[in-house]
Write a protein that binds this ligand. Structure first.
Ligand SMILES: Nc1ncnc2c1ncn2[C@@H]1O[C@H](COP(=O)(O)OP(=O)(O)O)[C@@H](O)[C@H]1O
Ligand SMILES: Cc1cn([C@H]2C[C@H](O)[C@@H](COP(=O)(O)OP(=O)(O)O)O2)c(=O)[nH]c1=O
Length: 188
């Protein structure tokens, strides 16, 4: 079963994934962008802000996703796969494009291998501000608070539109409570 953890930057995805690695030792843990050899190169180019065109940037994410689908998702389809982000980020972050068009592009990139379950960690504006101020920001995070809150709303909208099995979690709860909700949802 393929499960994705979604949320804007600093929502707590890595923190939860580190705990889940202990709870699900036989699962395959992966990430987008950068879950494959090619993906690591694409990730570096993307996060360094090398693309001037937002369309070029979107296609770099799609290239990463196509490789990730073939190398990780399809090859491990009989195992539990837990991924830090998925095509849902791809749709939400490409916010100047229509969701319907993006769904079609992502169907092509993934050959329809979408996650079976999605976890969305959601932050309040105050909590996001606090967390961003504590770390050096990459080129996407530098776009600011309102940009990221807008993306967070699009993550939610995309999940609802796609009718994927999901759980929305308040990311400012304590780490243990969030972990329990995620574990129960995966085991359901
Ligand atoms: N539930 C939580 N409550 C308070 N702080 C948290 C919580 N989860 C994560 N953090 C902190 O927030 C920051 C971002 O978390 P991280 O897991 O790196 O997020 P992401 O992988 O989504 O960018 C880290 O400093 C982390 O320690
Ligand atoms: C998967 C994906 C990520 N992104 C963005 C979200 C993040 O800002 C960045 C990936 O960075 P990453 O460091 O993996 O995320 P985080 O900071 O949450 O740990 O790329 C897109 O714009 N489009 C996509 O398709």
């Amino acid at each position: 079963m393929y499960v994705a953890i979604e949320g804007i930057d600093t929502a707590g995805k890595s923190t939860q994934l580190d705990i889940l690695k202990g709870k699900f030792p036989n699962a395959v843990f992966t990430k987008e962008p950068g879950g494959t050899k090619l993906g690591l190169k694409l990730r570096e180019m993307i996060l360094n802000g090398e693309a001037n065109s937002s369309l070029a940037e979107m296609f770099m994410f799609l290239a990463d996703r196509a490789e990730h689908t073939k190398e990780i998702i399809v090859k491990n389809q009989n195992k539990l796969i837990i991924s830090d982000r998925s095509f849902i980020s791809g749709i939400a972050y490409a916010k100047d494009k229509k969701i319907e068009d993006l769904i079609e592009l992502n169907r092509l990139a993934t050959s329809n291998n979408f996650p079976k379950k999605v976890i969305l960690l959601e932050l309040t504006k105050d909590e996001l501000q606090k967390r961003l101020s504590k770390k050096p920001n990459d080129s996407i995070e530098k776009r600011g608070l309102d940009y990221l809150l807008d993306i967070q709303a699009r993550l939610r909208e995309t999940i609802i539109k796609l009718d994927i099995e999901h759980i929305f979690i308040d990311a400012s709860l304590n780490i243990k409570d969030i972990e329990k909700k995620i574990e129960d949802f995966i085991n359901e």
